[in-house]
Ligand binder design. Structure first.
Ligand SMILES: Nc1ncnc2c1ncn2[C@@H]1O[C@H](COP(=O)(O)OP(=O)(O)OP(=O)(O)O)[C@@H](O)[C@H]1O
Length: 352
């Protein structure tokens, strides 16, 4: 459907995008995720046609559209700031992109789109009379009304409060699937990317660090950068001391060491949900409960573990955490499958 070939973009001396290759299949929902400044908005703007690449090509359904102006691409775009015309009603806003249609047909189509986003009863209101979530729904209806070939979403939910965001997340995804429209979304919110997408593309320093299904990125991160950005990770320093064994602090842990030679200095990552809490008595690894932070359904637990030389963070259902008190000592189990090894930074390897 959409193919990006070797997209490169510089702003002055700064290379913002470096040879990006990306393919979107029909009906696919792909998120561009990455830290601030990694170039994701610039890439979306290049796809959109409001920014041009220094090198590379944008192909849509086999056609080279690199030099086409935005207006000819027939893409629908939704921005973070709703970008509605304040002096037009919701219906007029949605009609705006339908000028090619006879007036009555345009009004019918706009009403149909407003019904699709659940706002037909608000059609006569002006943007200032609508909530943020409603305005963003109108913006979505406006983007979809001309039956675009591609839907581009630029941080569409980040101006909304948490609850509306959750609702709209599900609504946008359901609508996208129902219409089968190929969609590219920019977000810096990993939860959003994981929850909404068929595929997540993680950008870092202008390059694709990894792309794959949300579950794949979470469970098989290609490197420490991806592991740290997608989901939470407890980090420790370690050294592979034998096949299947890594030393962390003064503790020997079982781990899959296959890609590392004995003696390698590594970063050791453990997902919070993989840590098992046990009774303190007789446990191999002991840790002190340093802090408990109540978040409603779950409680964040900080554990100081001298044997690992680390403070670990995990999340427990609050019912389970109710039995914990600050200062008490518990046991820890880190199953081998939970202990993930990554390349240590060069400085750490040199120091070793
Ligand atoms: N028109 C411009 N002129 C000069 N530099 C720019 C321009 N647009 C973007 N940049 C720079 O390019 C880099 C990438 O910007 P971009 O907006 O694509 O990042 P991003 O990943 O979307 O970040 P954020 O999530 O903060 O929006 C940044 O360092 C930014 O300052």
């Amino acid at each position: 459907m959409l193919h990006l070939r070797q997209i490169t973009k510089r702003f002055g001396p700064q290379t913002v995008l470096q040879g990006i290759d990306l393919d979107l299949g029909p009906g696919e929902f792909v998120s561009l995720l990455g830290p601030s400044g990694c170039g994701k908005t610039t890439l979306l703007r290049i796809v959109c046609g409001i920014e041009s690449a220094d090198l590379g090509q944008v192909l849509m359904q086999g056609q080279d559209i690199t030099a086409w102006p935005a207006s000819q691409r027939r893409f629908g775009v939704v921005f973070q700031s709703y970008a509605l015309f304040p002096n037009m009603t919701a219906l007029q806003n949605v009609c705006y992109g339908l000028s090619a249609l006879p007036r009555r047909e345009a009004a019918e189509r706009a009403a149909e789109m407003l019904a699709l986003v659940g706002l037909l009863d608000q059609a006569g209101k002006f943007p200032a009379q609508l909530s943020g979530g409603q305005q963003q729904r109108v913006a979505l209806a406006r983007a979809l009304a001309p039956k675009p070939r591609l839907l581009l979403l630029d941080e569409p939910l980040s101006a909304l409060d948490a609850q509306v965001r959750q609702e709209l997340r599900a609504e946008i995804r359901a609508l996208q699937q129902r219409l089968g429209i190929t969609t590219l979304m920019v977000t810096h919110d990993q939860d959003e990317a994981l929850a909404m997408s068929d595929r997540v593309v993680l950008l870092a320093k202008g390059q694709i660090a990894q792309q794959g299904a949300p579950r794949q990125l979470y469970q098989q991160p290609a490197n420490a950068l991806v592991a740290g950005f997608v989901g939470r990770m407890n980090w420790m320093d370690g050294q592979v001391i034998a096949e299947g064994r890594v030393r962390v602090g003064t503790t020997m842990l079982d781990a899959d060491t296959r890609v590392y030679k004995t003696g390698s200095v590594v970063r050791v990552g453990v997902r919070p949900e993989a840590i098992r809490l046990l009774d303190g008595e007789g446990a191999m690894i002991r840790a002190r409960v340093d802090a408990l932070q109540f978040h409603g359904a779950v409680t964040q637990v900080q554990l100081r573990c001298d044997a690992l030389g680390a403070t670990l963070s995990l999340e427990l259902p609050s019912g389970e955490a109710a039995g914990l008190t600050e200062g008490e000592v518990r046991g820890l189990r880190l199953p081998a499958a939970a202990v993930q090894l990554f390349d240590a930074p060069l400085s750490m390897r040199r120091a070793a």
